[in-house]
Design a protein around this ligand. Sequence first.
Ligand code: NDP
Ligand code: 7N6
Length: 316
Amino acid sequence: MRLDTLGIDSSVSVLFPPEFLAEQLSDLSIDIDVLDESVGTDGKDGAPATTCDAIVTFEHRESFVDLDWIHSIQAGVDRFPQDRLEDAGVALTNSTGIHGDAIGETVAGYLLAFSRRLHEHIRDQERREWSQPDWDEAWTIAGERACVVGLGSLGRGVVDRLSALGVDVDGVRRTPVPEPGVDRVHTPGELERAVADARFVVLTVPLTDETEGMIDRRVFDAMPDDAYLINVARGGVVDQSALVSALEAGDIAGAALDVFEREPLPETSALWEMDEVIVTPHCAAFTHRYGEHVASIVRENVRRARAGEALTNRVL
Ligand code: NDP
Ligand code: 7N6
C-alpha cells in the first residue's frame, strides 16, 4: 500500500478537531493533509480535492473509493458502501476497541437514573418542584438481571460496569462461547428466551442484515413489563414504531436511547415526551480522549502498512 500522504477529513470534527489528530500523529514520517472544505472540492460528493493515499474520516465521501485505505473513526461501518469499496480494493479499518469505558459508564448511568429516579428529579428541579418518590417507586439495580445483546468491545465495557454494580448478566452473541462475567450466553435464535427474565436489555451489536430490526414486537412481548430497553448500538437494530407501541401499551417500562432510526430524532417523535424514556444525542461514547484513542489505532496501522503486515481493525 502506498502511504505518503494521510488525509484527515473535516467530518471527524463530530468527535474532535482534525488539527488535534494531525498533532497527535505529527511524529510519524508521513505528510498529513487536513482536508478543509473551504478550500474547494473536486466535485465528487462535496469532498475536498486531495492527493492523499489514505483518509481518516467520520463520513463516507464518493471520492474515497479511489483511495488505498479508509480509516473510520467509528466502530460502526454501516455508513460505508462496503460492496463498492471491496470491489475497488479499498482497505477499510474501524475504531472498535476504544469505546468500552465510555459506553459502559453511560449505560451504568442510564440504569442508575431509572432505578434511583434521577431523570425525574432533574425534571422536577427545572420546575423548582420538591417531589419525593412514592414509597415503592425507587429501587436498586443490585440483584437485577441484564441481558447484553452483543458481547464485543462495547458489550465487555457494559458487562464490567454492571457486574461491579451487582447486576447479574446474561448475553447474546453469534458464537456460543462463554464470556467472563456472563452467566448464560445465548445465540441470536434464543433472543426471546434470553430477554424473558431481564430487567434491562442492552443492545451493543453492529447494524447488519442479521441485526436490522431484530428487536421487534415479539421481543417486546417476551420482555417483562417492568423491563427497560437500552440502545447504544444503532437505531436500525430496533423496530422503532414497535418500541413506541410497546412503551405506550406498558409492555415494557421504559427505554434509554442513544441512537435512532433517524438522527437527529425528529421533533415530532413521541419518544421525546415519554416520562420513562431517556434520549441522548448519539453521544454515549463521547470522551475528550476520543482523538487520542483514534490516533493510537491509526499510528499502529501506519506502522503495519509500512512493515507489510496485516492491518489491525480491518473490516475489508
Ligand atoms: P464488536 O465487533 O467488538 O462486537 C460486536 C458483537 O456483536 C460481538 O459480540 C458479535 O458476536 C455480536 N453480534 C454480531 N452480530 C450479531 C447477531 N446477529 N446477533 C447477536 N450478536 C451479534 O463491536 P463493538 O462492540 O465495538 O461495536 C458494536 C456496535 O456498536 C458498532 O458496530 C456500532 O454500530 C455501535 N457503537 C455505537 C456507539 C455509540 O456511540 N452509541 C459507539 C461505538 C459503537 P460474536 O462475539 O459472536 O462475534
Ligand atoms: C459517533 C459515535 C461508533 O460506531 O457511533 C459510534 O463508533 C461513535 C458520534
